[in-house]
Design a protein around this ligand. Structure first.
Ligand code: E4P
Length: 218
C-alpha cells in the first residue's frame, strides 16, 4: 500500500519525505487555502515546490466544474511537472474529463467518491486513482471502511486497473484498516503516519534495554 500525505504544507511534506516512506501528496482547494496559497501563479509555484520535494504522484485539483474548463485547467496543471496527477470531482462532466485525460495518457485522481456505483463509473472512464472519502462517511455514522472493502472486491472481480486511494483518513487505525481492506493507497495527515510508530511497550522496552546497558557498562 502506497502512502500519500494529505496536505499542502511544505514542512510536513518534507518531514514525511525524510521518513523515507512517502509515495505522493494529495491536495485540494481547502488545503491550498489553509496554507494561504491564492492566485493562479502562486498555486502553480506551490505545486512546483511540492513536486521538487517528492518522487511522484502529486494530486492537483481542478476548480472548474464544466468539461471545457476542466480540460483547460487539467492540461495546464499537467504541464507543471510530470509528477502531477490531475484531480477531478466525481460529477458527469468530470467523468468525461477523466476519459479525455485517460485517452491522452495523463493520470487522474477521481475525488469526492462516496459509493460503489461512482467507483465503477470512474474505473470505466479510466481514472488512475479513485478517492473514496472514508472519514466523511464515518462522520455521517455510516461505515467508510465498508466502502473500501466493497470497491476492493468489485475491482478485483472486474479486473479494473484503477487504484483505490483511501482519502479523508483521520487516524492511524484508519491506515491499518485500509491495508486490511485492500486499498492500494492511503492519503492521510502526517499525525496519522507518525501515529503508526506509537506503542507504550516499545517505549518501556527501549527504556529498559538502555538502562540495563548503562548498568552493565558503568
Ligand atoms: C484527499 O484527496 C481529500 O481531499 C481529503 O482526504 C479530504 O479529507 P477531509 O475529509 O479530512 O477534508
Amino acid at each position: 500500500m502506497k502512502f500519500f500525505i494529505d496536505t499542502a504544507n511544505l514542512d510536513q511534506i518534507r518531514e514525511a519525505q525524510d521518513l523515507g516512506v512517502l509515495d505522493g501528496v494529495t491536495t485540494n482547494p481547502s488545503l491550498m487555502a489553509k496554507e494561504g496559497i491564492t492566485g493562479a501563479e502562486n498555486v502553480k509555484n506551490h505545486y512546483k515546490a511540492i513536486c521538487n520535494i517528492v518522487d511522484d504522484n502529486v494530486s492537483a485539483e481542478v476548480i472548474a466544474t464544466d468539461y471545457e474548463g476542466m480540460i483547460r485547467e487539467g492540461e495546464e496543471l499537467a504541464k507543471i511537472d510530470p509528477k502531477i496527477v490531475v484531480k477531478i470531482p466525481m460529477i458527469k462532466e468530470g467523468i468525461k474529463a477523466i476519459k479525455y485525460f485517460s485517452n491522452k495518457g495523463i493520470r487522474t485522481n477521481c475525488t469526492l467518491v462516496f459509493s460503489a456505483g461512482q467507483a465503477i463509473l470512474a474505473a470505466k472512464a479510466g481514472a488512475t486513482f479513485l478517492s473514496p472519502f472514508i472519514g466523511r462517511i464515518d462522520d455521517m455514522s455510516w461505515d467508510g471502511m465498508e466502502l473500501i472493502h466493497q470497491i476492493s472486491s468489485i475491482y478485483g472481480i472486474q479486473g479494473y486497473d484503477t487504484q483505490i486511494l483511501a482519502a479523508s483518513v483521520r487516524n492511524s487505525l484508519h491506515i491499518v484498516k485500509c491495508a486490511e481492506a485492500g486499498a492500494d493507497v492511503v492519503t492521510c495527515p502526517l499525525s496519522a503516519i507518525l501515529g503508526l510508530l506509537k506503542h507504550p511497550l516499545t517505549d518501556i522496552g527501549l527504556a529498559q534495554f538502555l538502562a540495563d546497558h548503562k548498568k552493565a557498562n558503568s
